[in-house]
Ligand binder design. Structure first.
Ligand code: SAM
Length: 281
């Protein structure tokens, strides 16, 4: 396990993923019944952007770095997420700290809602456990997130919820494993929202991934993509994608607007934002 998210925290892909994740959780908050979130690949939860890892790549500068200067209230679609990011930075005395998915979700939970995180890297799971040691609504498992899809779904505490799958794509067969996990998660938790992040380096693996889901008979699948440039050079992260199964009512329009706004902040004339049904309902 060589991947450390600290090198990439707050980059354009994180920003896209976290804005959409916030919109999904906000949609769950529209109904009073409690919900559960399973974060299968959670990371360390909180990232110091002045630390050696983030400093060595500087990737955050073309991600969250481009949004910190926007005035609060400038665009409601970013506000829920940016308010949390700004709050986290204020809590750290104005230092550049960035909340990863578990820290973000934990701040959106209401009383009765729960978050379960899985993180396999021994050091990262210790950091995550420390972060949430006084937060009873959040549990941290040092286990394989793909196994957790079978072991922990359907959730025991609530009938509604979301599964976030955000693997590191270190393994050659990660797209196949992800497709399999999405299918398993939906079989075990049919009403749940499943959101899975994927890298866009070039088109072929993304097409194969989406076709695998289609061929397995999956329906109600929305793909959201932000490509900084045409995905032609497979050695670069040219774009960021998220596939959402069972998207909540109204999410398609919110996502389309969010990606359009992000394109303005994060991209240039080569940048494209798309929201497309891989398979409709
Ligand atoms: N979701 C996080 C966020 O948005 O802040 C970032 C997660 S990062 C892309 C992927 C994480 O998955 C890494 O911290 C890595 O150590 C962990 N990981 C890798 N393989 C795993 C597995 N099979 N199960 C659980 N965690 C895994």
């Amino acid at each position: 396990m060589n991947y450390r998210h600290g090198y990439h925290a707050g980059n354009f892909a994180d920003v896209m993923k976290h804005v959409l994740l916030t919109a999904l959780i906000k949609a769950l908050c529209r109904k009073p019944a409690p919900f559960c979130v399973l974060d299968t690949h959670a990371g360390v939860g909180m990232y110091d952007l002045s630390g050696p890892q983030a400093r060595s790549t500087g990737e955050w500068r073309d991600g969250i770095g481009r949004l910190l200067g926007t005035s609060p209230g400038a665009d409601p679609v970013l506000d829920d997420w940016l308010d949390i990011v700004r709050h986290v930075m204020r809590e750290h005395g104005g230092e550049l700290f960035y909340p990863g998915s578990p820290a973000l979700v934990s701040r959106l939970l209401r009383p009765g809602d729960m978050l379960t995180c899985c993180e396999l890297h021994p050091q990262d799971q210790q950091s995550l456990k420390r972060l949430f040691r006084n937060t009873p609504a959040v549990s941290v498992h040092g286990r394989d997130g793909y196994e957790a899809v079978t072991a922990l779904l359907p959730p025991r505490h609530a009938k509604r919820g979301l599964v976030l799958m955000d693997p590191p794509f270190e393994q050659k067969d990660e797209f196949q494993r992800l497709a399999k996990a999405i299918i398993t998660a939906r079989r075990r938790f049919g009403t749940g929202i499943i959101a899975a992040w994927y890298p866009i380096k070039h088109r072929a693996p993304v097409r194969a991934f989406q076709n695998a889901l289609k061929d397995a008979g999956q329906r109600n699948l929305l793909a959201l993509e932000l490509t900084l440039r045409p995905p032609l050079d497979p050695s670069r992260l040219n774009g960021s994608g998220m596939i959402v199964a069972n998207p909540p009512f109204g999410f398609e329009d919110v996502a389309r607007h969010a990606l359009d706004v992000l394109r303005g902040h994060l991209g240039d004339e080569e940048t494209a934002a798309t929201v497309e049904w891989v398979v409709p309902e």
